[in-house]
Write a new protein. Structure first.
Ligand SMILES: *Cc1c(COP(=O)(O)O)cnc(C)c1O
Length: 395
């Protein structure tokens, strides 16, 4: 067994060596600025355009609709602020959900301070939005619906095509944060009627600090970065050529292996869920059972403090998370767990395990054994658990 078991692939992934190999020439040999005119620089510009084609074809877009950015957060910010600014004369109302990533939620909160109105849709116990509630939230001044494709904490996959249908029928733009979904599950901007889509390189075994925003030709968000003519004059700055090449290489690899990897991960995911549910008392699965990312396992353990669990798992060589890398270090329970109705004390005992294609059954067996020991140990020290046992004994 490997000396470290990495089960935090929703936070970030390992850059694949093959991806690095494709990047290398653009870090050293072909260092030309893609905007320069000589043939040497065309090595770089051709690589950027090839990458754009690869990514566009994966989601059914045109290459001219793919804009490279500095990552998922930047893409989310641009999609929402860019549409809000450009279309404010049409209206200042935005619809999103309570379970979005902070890159979306904090952007919406910022816009509220600027005089926009935001409706935050509820999610049910499994993390799904209600299409009926979405319909009812639409107003004449609604300009954008932003709902994530798949949740980064609990893995729930939203009914994206249905949301796209509703948005299109009302002439409202539809943005989806697909950072956890792109490369992992099939996506198609035409079939799903998506107008803007965010994705990121480092969630699919590509490099960090590179992402893209798909912007449908008919949508004209405001300029993100003023400067040079890069990215059709909308996002200035010299291209991150090695990052772009690596992102496309990782995307291509993800697409080629997608069917097999999905199958393999789903099997392991369900194996792990089954073992935890049957072997660890007071464990509650979070997220939808089937409309779920193939690599996501997320539980709450009653009478357990999540942070302590992570530290003990780390001591056992296991990298895991309590939900979101962005909220760790803060004592607030996850907004996603609160949105699905978990009470504070239960939301605090959360654990997210996210697999990759290199995860093995043996690794998961080891994790379950360690988890059994850790939950027993932490509960034996928990006054809440003791109270519970006393009440149960008296009953
Ligand atoms: C990771 C993540 C982001 C942020 O992407 P970065 O490239 O790290 O900025 C946004 N949304 C979701 C759903 C994510 O999982």
């Amino acid at each position: 067994m490997k000396s470290m078991i990495y089960l935090d692939n929703a936070a970030t992934t390992q850059l694949y060596p093959e991806v690095l190999e494709e990047m290398k020439p653009y870090l050293t040999e072909y260092y030309g600025n893609p905007s320069s005119i000589y043939r040497f620089a065309q090595k770089s510009s051709h690589a950027v355009e090839r990458a754009r084609e690869i990514i566009a074809s994966m989601i059914g877009a045109k290459p001219s609709e793919i804009y490279f950015t500095g990552g998922g957060s930047e893409s989310d910010n641009w999609a929402i602020k860019g549409v809000a600014e450009a279309y404010q004369s049409k209206g200042k109302h935005i619809i999103t959900s309570k379970a979005e990533h902070h890159a979306v939620l904090h952007t919406c909160a910022y816009l509220e301070k600027q005089g926009y109105e935001v409706t935050y849709l509820d999610v049910d116990e499994e993390g799904m939005i209600d299409l009926e509630q979405l319909q009812q939230a639409i107003r004449p001044d609604t300009i954008l619906i932003s709902v994530m494709t798949a949740n980064n904490e609990i893995g729930t996959i939203q009914p994206i095509a249905e949301i796209g249908e509703i948005a299109r029928a009302h002439g409202i733009f539809f943005h989806t944060d697909a950072v956890q979904a792109f490369g992992h599950i099939p996506l198609h901007v035409e079939d799903m009627k998506i107008d803007l889509l965010s994705a990121s390189g480092h969630k699919i075994h590509g490099p960090k600090g590179i992402g893209f925003l798909y912007i449908r030709k008919t949508v004209k968000p405001s300029v993100l970065i003023h400067g040079g003519a890069q990215e059709r004059g909308k996002r200035a700055g010299t291209h991150n050529v090695p990052g772009i090449v690596g992102f496309a290489a990782a995307a291509k690899r993800a697409e080629d292996g997608q069917k097999a990897i999905m199958e393999q991960e789903k099997n392991l995911r369900d194996y792990l869920i089954r073992r935890i549910e049957t072997e660890i008392p007071f464990s509650l699965l979070n997220g939808h059972r089937t409309s779920r990312l193939p690599n996501n396992v997320h539980f709450c353990f009653r009478f357990i403090e999540g942070e302590s669990m992570l530290i003990l798992l780390d001591e056992a060589g296991i990298c895991a998370s309590s939900g979101s890398a962005c909220t760790s270090g803060s004592l607030d329970p996850s907004h996603v767990l609160l949105a699905i109705g978990r009470p504070h004390e239960i939301a605090h005992g959360s654990l997210r395990l996210t697999l990759s294609e290199t995860t093995t059954k043996e690794e998961l067996d080891y994790v379950v054994e360690k988890l059994k020991q850790i939950t027993e140990r932490l509960r034996s020290m928990s006054p809440l658990y003791e109270d519970y046992l006393n009440v149960a004994r008296r009953a």
